[in-house]
Design a protein around this ligand. Structure first.
Ligand SMILES: [Zn+2]
Length: 165
């Protein structure tokens, strides 16, 4: 009885990981370390359960240099890796990642939100023609004069977005 339950559990795990496992294992071979373990502990450190969706998204977002992505871009990258997630799932995951500080949300216009994997304080150039954000180190912008803050409030931070044409 016990063995039967164990078998069912193993099959469940195998099914659960079937589509991300080969990709992540390839990366393991390529980079010579355990990618799965890396993202699993990253998620756990931020009190997020390492579901297969979160692991796949972590691997796409954090497996390379800092980047800025939209939910739509991320969805197509998930599809490129054989995954199939609804836009709602992608948004939920991005928002959860932002809530715990793994990502920074940058709202540019009403329907244009980017998610930044660089959490250090910095500013951005925005190129609307190429739909691209480019980092500006915070020390390259000096803010000499700021308006008086409404009573009882303080400035949390100042994010500068310089639009390019
Ligand atoms: Zn950035």
């Amino acid at each position: 009885m016990e063995l039967k339950g164990l078998k069912a559990w193993i099959i469940y795990i195998a099914l659960d990981f079937q589509y991300i496992w080969p990709k992540l294992r390839q990366d393991d071979a390529k980079y010579g370390h355990k990618m799965l373990d890396k993202y699993e502990s990253l998620l756990r450190q931020h009190d997020l359960r390492p579901t297969r969706q979160r692991l796949l998204i972590s691997e796409i977002l954090f497996g390379c240099d800092h980047r800025h992505v939209t939910a739509e871009q991320l969805r197509s990258e998930v599809a490129d890796r054989g995954g199939n997630m609804s836009l709602a799932t992608i948004y939920n995951t991005l928002n959860q990642f932002s809530d715990v500080g793994l990502l920074r949300e940058i709202k540019l216009e009403e329907n244009v939100t980017y998610y930044d994997t660089n959490n250090d304080h910095h500013h951005h150039f925005y190129d609307p023609k190429q739909s691209k954000l480019i980092d500006i180190p915070s020390e390259q912008i000096s803010l000499d004069k700021l308006p008086d803050v409404p009573d009882g409030q303080t400035i949390d931070r100042v994010d500068v977005i310089i639009r390019l044409s």
